[in-house]
Design a protein. Sequence first.
Length: 424
Amino acid sequence: MWKRKDKRRDYLIKAVSPSLFSAALHPDLIIALIIANLMSPKLWELAQRIPADDRANPEIMMKRLHKFVNRNFYHPNPSDFCRVWGLYERETVTDPDELASSDWAMSIIRQGIELTRNRDADFVIGLLDNSTAPRYIYPTVDLILAATPTLQELKPPVLGMTACLDECVLIASLALAGGLCKMEDIVFVGSPLHYTLYLFPDEEGYMFNAKREFFRRQDWIKQSGGEPDASSRLFMEKLFVCDRIITPFGYCVFPGGSVTITPERMENVVKRISRFLAATPPELSQALATVRKAQATGLASADRIDSLPALSCAAIEAAVLADMDNPDYPLFEAALYVFRHPRVNEPELYEEAAMRGFRSYILSGAVLCPADAHEIVDGISGNESVYGESLRVAMPDEVLAFDTASCEEKKLLEETLLRHAHIF
């Protein structure tokens, strides 16, 4: 029987490298990822590259934000992610809650793949038939940018590689860093298969469908003809499956899933999206009914960020560190682990998270003695962390993917290989 302390510990280990499947079970990791991005200087450097001369005009800035991400980040196929991060394997799951969530996520992925029949369909369905799936890791902006050198053959060159949720998280993070919206303006809608982001810096609202699509409210109404049934059908055509709504103040997985958002906040979310769509799709009504039944109390971490006098990388980090142990701000501790901060309460959890990587686990099959592990580590050509000199720690799979590591990260890789090989 899993105890509450074990659950919290397992949750923080998952936070170190959020993935499609861990975020399916813990949707709030998506918000922790945004908070982690806001602590990264790299995010603020990116935000400064977006022209801000029309900051007072939300429509212009939202278009620029979409164009910047669309132009500079590569959206790969499932097989590309498989090559970088390996496989998610159902047989490794022991927690019954995680197993149920994984089975649901896999069924959604299969349903979506069979509907779209894209060029990777047979590849993904073959994996699902064997209870595996591409391992989608949702990295911070630092790791997204770390992939840049490996993507230079693309024309034009790009800054990094992103999945659909990565793009939504990156857009929301950049909007916050650029002062274009607040936490209360952010809404994710979708499922483990695909996410769409809504930002509401004004009454009109803007939709970022992470398939290179951007909609103003007027554009959406024009495409749907302003007819509610047509709009509801179009809403689902963009998503294929919709089973969750996620905000910085809580989330709802429906029907019958976990709920942390209050009815009052969900009513406001549904009202804003319904106005944008000129319709209330049945899925939104179902989410609202689920939330009203649950009567959750909500999450307060986003309030703390929205109340800061001014947003900056340093101000966000200071606020998170100051309240990392405050039970009223439960996402702050998770955000520190997502960020790989050196001042977490249990740094040994980084070592446990390292054991969950796929690439290092497979590579450990060639380790028969300590010298074998040492030889693998010696083969890492770079001597600097992808996090620079910040003392943040890259996981062994990231070291292997980007071929660079600090001395401490190389030591962690070697120890992880030896632990997998049961050589102590």
